[in-house]
Design a binder for this molecule. Structure first.
Ligand SMILES: [Zn+2]
Length: 195
């Protein structure tokens, strides 16, 4: 009985180890990409920095590569028996930004300032000053700087709109001052002048 118990504990430990060890490499099954609300199919599993693995579509593989160069180097150096294909073959940047800093800081003669990198690889901008009608323009652009989406938001609703956009699109990166401006966000240092 104690031997059985010992075996079952060993089996359970092996199971836990398997679950914790990242199962990295190309994916055959049709899984959803793990990057927030991304709706593309995952093609490759990477070792997640926080442990386990993350399954990403081609764009988010490229984004991961940009974010985690050391992990990516180890992936590239993996022996063939572990990973029999070049992980770079699974990364596609396309017409998207893979880092917030890749997008210009300003657009449209400096009237629009960079805010965030959306989960779809497009960069979000907002007008630096509200217009006469007290509205703020929001614009998303792809890597060619084509406008792919836009909105006009009353200035008093701008924070709420940004928080909603962040919830919906799961921003990959955001400007520090925008985080601070989104008063009430748990990531934000609480400013003295926010109400
Ligand atoms: Zn994705």
């Amino acid at each position: 009985m104690s031997a059985n118990r010992g075996r079952s504990i060993a089996a359970r430990d092996a199971q836990i180890r398997r679950e914790l060890e990242p199962d990295v490499g190309p994916l055959d099954d049709d899984a959803d990409c793990d990057a927030g609300p991304c709706t593309e199919s995952a093609v490759f599993a990477v070792p997640a920095p926080e442990g386990g693995e993350a399954r990403y579509c081609p764009y988010h593989v490229a984004w991961f590569r940009q974010q985690n160069p050391e992990i990516w180097e180890r992936l590239e150096a993996a022996p063939e028996r572990v990973l029999d294909e070049d992980p770079n073959d699974f990364a596609t940047v396309g017409n998207r930004f893979v880092a917030l800093a890749d997008a210009p800081e300003t657009l449209a003669d400096d009237t629009l300032v960079r805010v965030a990198l959306l989960v779809n690889g497009q960069a979000l901008y907002e007008s630096e000053e509200p217009d006469e009608a007290e509205t703020v323009d929001y614009v998303a652009v792809n890597r060619r700087l084509d406008v792919t989406a836009s909105a006009k938001v009353p200035v008093e609703k701008a924070g709420e709109w940004l928080r909603g956009n962040r919830r919906k699109y799961g921003w990959l990166a955001v400007e520090d001052d925008v985080v601070r401006a989104l008063h009430g966000d748990r990531d934000a240092p609480v400013g003295g002048d926010g109400q």
